[in-house]
Write a protein that binds this ligand. Structure first.
Ligand code: AMP
Length: 398
C-alpha cells in the first residue's frame, strides 16, 4: 500500500506529523508508544498484573484515534519496565493489550519490546521484524526518543514516518525553552547527582539568567565554596565543575538554610518497613550544617527566595526534587517549588521524573504549561535541541 507523505514536515522545525500523511485507508500503521504503565500484582507476583494508573494509555489514545479515523489499522509496540532482553511474565504487556482491545477491537499489540535484546542493541533484525507488513511508522514515545533503540531509530529508514501528537507537543514546548525563552529564564535544578546535570548546565549556562540549585546536588556546590555540609551527600568528582559554574557571570542561588536529620536518624525508606515515618531528630540549620547532620531538604527561607525568583521569571524549567521528598519530613521544599511554579505567570515546564510526580501528587499538574513525559529525554533535548528519535524522523528519506 502506498502511503503518501508531504516532502516537508509541517510540524515544529520541519518535523513530519500526522497531517502530512495521505491515503491511509486500509494501511497498517506501526505505532511506537510509551505504554510503560505502573502495574500492581494484587494476586501475587506470578499472577496476572493489574494496571495501577492508566494515564500513559490515555495520553497515547489521540494519535491512535486519529489514525483509525483515517481508516488505518494499528500495530502498537512499547517497552514496559526493564526486563533487559529476557522474557519475564511480570513485564508482559498483556494488561495493556486487553485495555487497548476494549477501545480498538482490531488492534495488534506486540509483546514488550525489551524482551528482545535486539531492541536496546538497535539490531536491524529487530527493526525488520517490527515493520514487517507495515505501511508507515508513527513515533509517539517521547520518553525514549533519547535512546537509539531499534523501535525508535530503525523504522524511519524503511517506512514513511511521522511524529505522533505527544512527540509533537513535547518538541513544541521544549523548543520554546531552548530557542525562545522569554526572560528572565530561571532554571531550577535538584535531585541527587551533579554529574547528571553537567551537560545540561554546560549547554544552558549562556541562555539562563538565574539558576536555583537545591536537592542533594546543592551540597557539592556548597562544599566547592568551602561551606560545612556535615554528612550530606557529595559528589567529589564534580567539585571542579561546580567551581567553574560558580565563576560564570550568571546568578546562581544556593540554599542558605536546610532541614537536616541527626546522625542516628533513618529515612522512612531506610527503616526496612519498621518505621513508615522514619526516625531521628529533624532540625533547621542556617548557612552551614553541623558535622554529624545530613541535609535532606531546603529550609523555609530558601523556599521563599526560590519562590520569589520563580514569580519574577518569564520562563522556568524545573528538574529534580529539592529534597528527599519520598520521606514526608523532607518534602516541603519540593512542594513549595511546585506551588510557586503553579502560581507563576511564567511559561513553566517540568522535566519529568520525580518533579512531575511531586506536582501530580499535589494535584497542580493542570497549572503547569508543560509536564514532560520524559525525564531523561527532556534533559537531553534541552542539551542538544534534538534527540536521536527526532533526528531519525527528520532524516527519513521516504
Ligand atoms: P535524581 O535521580 O538525580 O533526579 O535524584 C532524585 C533523588 O534525589 C530522589 O530520590 C531524592 O530522594 C534524592 N535527593 C534529593 N535531595 C536529596 C538530598 N538532600 N540528599 C540525598 N538525596 C536527595
Amino acid at each position: 500500500m502506498n502511503v503518501l507523505i508531504s516532502s516537508c514536515g509541517s510540524g515544529p522545525g520541519g518535523l513530519p506529523i500526522l497531517e502530512d500523511l495521505q491515503d491511509l485507508d486500509g494501511c497498517l500503521a506501526l505505532v511506537r508508544a510509551d505504554l510503560n504503565v505502573p502495574l500492581r500484582y494484587p494476586h501475587g507476583p506470578d499472577k496476572p498484573a493489574v494496571i495501577a494508573d492508566d494515564f500513559r494509555i490515555q495520553k497515547a489514545l489521540p494519535t491512535m484515534r486519529w489514525l483509525t479515523s483515517q481508516g488505518a489499522r494499528l500495530r502498537v509496540c512499547s517497552h514496559l519496565g526493564r526486563p533487559r532482553g529476557v522474557v519475564e511474565g511480570k513485564y508482559s504487556l498483556d494488561p495493556v493489550k486487553i485495555r487497548l482491545q476494549e477501545i480498538f477491537p482490531d488492534i495488534e499489540v506486540l509483546e514488550n519490546l525489551r524482551f528482545d535484546p535486539g531492541e536496546e542493541a538497535n539490531s536491524p533484525e529487530t527493526t525488520r521484524r517490527l515493520i514487517a507488513g507495515c505501511d508507515l511508522y508513527i513515533n509517539d514515545a517521547f520518553g525514549v526518543c533519547h535512546r537509539k533503540h531499534a523501535s525508535i531509530v530503525g523504522p524511519p529508514g524503511f517506512l514513511p514516518s511521522v511524529a505522533g501528537r505527544l512527540v509533537v507537543r513535547e518538541v513544541e514546548m521544549l523548543s520554546r525553552v531552548v530557542h525562545d525563552p522569554k526572560g528572565p529564564f530561571v532554571l531550577v535544578l535538584g535531585g541527587s547527582k551533579v554529574s547528571d546535570k553537567i551537560a545540561l548546565l554546560d549547554s544552558l549556562i549562556k541562555k539562563v539568567d538565574t539558576i536555583l540549585i537545591g536537592g542533594g546536588m546543592s551540597f557539592t556546590f556548597l562544599k566547592a565554596q568551602g561551606i560545612e555540609i556535615g554528612q550530606s551527600i557529595v559528589d567529589n568528582a564534580s567539585l571542579e565543575f561546580c567551581r567553574s559554574i560558580l565563576k560564570s557571570n550568571r546568578t546562581i542561588v544556593l540554599p542558605n538554610d536546610f532541614r537536616a536529620l541527626s546522625s542516628d536518624g533513618e529515612l522512612s525508606s531506610e527503616c526496612g518497613g519498621k518505621s513508615p515515618t522514619g526516625t531521628g531528630e529533624v532540625r533547621i540549620f542556617k548557612t552551614a550544617l553541623d558535622s554529624d547532620w545530613r541535609g535532606l531538604d531546603i529550609g523555609p527561607e530558601t523556599q521563599q527566595v526560590f519562590a520569589a525568583e520563580i514569580e519574577k521569571a518569564g520562563t522556568v524549567f524545573w528538574n529534580g526534587p529539592m529534597g528527599v521528598f519520598e520521606d514526608r519530613r523532607f518534602s516541603k521544599g519540593t512542594e513549595a517549588i511546585g506551588r510557586a511554579m503553579a502560581s507563576s505567570k511564567a511559561f513553566t515546564v517540568i522535566g519529568g521524573g520525580d518533579s512531575a510526580r511531586a506536582i501530580r501528587s499535589l494535584g497542580l499538574d493542570e497549572e503547569i504549561d508543560h509536564l514532560s513525559s520524559g525525564g531523561g529525554a527532556s534533559l537531553r533535548f534541552l542539551e542538544d535541541a534534538t534527540l536521536p528519535g527526532i533526528d531519525a524522523l527528520l532524516k527519513d528519506g521516504h
